[in-house]
Ligand binder design. Structure first.
Ligand code: ZN
Length: 232
């Protein structure tokens, strides 16, 4: 049991304003969690430095979840312009209405997840993670009121892996594992495929797996601009 680091709790709403007066360093909290007034993210086991990185990552992930859903919302349930789906086909393979709707539904559901009120728990124990950089723990309940918990593993902090964009991608990845009203999250019964190159290949060769692979969801969210991605 890891004791809660009180400094790691982000207080919001009126209490945040009070907190800001007492602790000027908390001022950025209001900006970071402006979409989630009255929510409280907690960071048990995390150092102040880790909390600062995680707050930025959550902020990025919140932007990603909104932007990703906007992509599908604006294209509707049955997109007619399939040449306008390069981003979808890049990460989820050849277009089919069935696959499109599976991915769309998941992003729609994910867009409601209160990422800024989940628990982000830090661990330095290799045994807790089995080599992963993060791990999702499902806490059952409806998508709006249940609190997810993401275990942040040692690998998350390795040098060169820690851009805000990359960390935001990790949170979207983990969030896609969330098991809520759909009954199961991504990769419920499949091995996971990780990394940009492998995920691009998975989409090309096995769309039926890509549409259930968490990292593909993360990369879709991270890279709205496909031509830029491919040339870079
Ligand atoms: Zn995963």
């Amino acid at each position: 049991m890891v004791a809660m680091n009180l400094a790691a709790s982000v207080m919001l709403g009126l209490s945040a304003l009070t907190m800001c007066v007492a602790h000027p360093t908390a001022a950025t909290d209001i900006t970071i969690f402006h979409r989630s007034a009255e929510k409280t993210a907690t960071f048990p086991g995390c150092s102040d430095k880790q909390v600062a990185v995680l707050k930025k990552a959550i902020d990025v992930a919140v932007e990603y979840q909104a932007e990703s859903w906007e992509y599908f919302r604006t294209r509707g349930l049955s997109p007619v312009h399939t040449d306008d789906l390069e981003r979808f086909t890049t990460w989820f393979g050849k277009f089919s209405l069935q696959n499109y709707r599976i991915v769309r539904d998941r992003f729609k559901e994910m867009s409601a997840y209160p990422l800024a009120s989940w628990t982000y728990k830090c661990t330095n124990e290799p045994d807790d993670c089995g080599g992963r950089i993060a791990q999702f723990f499902n806490i059952a309940g409806s998508r709006r009121d249940s609190k997810g918990e993401i275990l942040i593993c040692k690998g998350f902090w390795f040098p060169n892996s820690g851009s805000d964009a990359r960390n935001g991608q990790t949170i979207i990845h983990e969030a896609s594992h969330f098991n809520s009203v759909r009954g199961e999250g991504t990769n419920a019964n499949l091995p996971e495929t990780y990394g940009k190159g492998e995920c691009l290949k998975l989409a090309e060769k096995h769309p039926e797996q890509a549409i259930h692979n968490a990292d593909n969801y993360g990369f879709f969210a991270q890279y709205p601009d496909v031509p830029h991605l491919l040339s870079g």
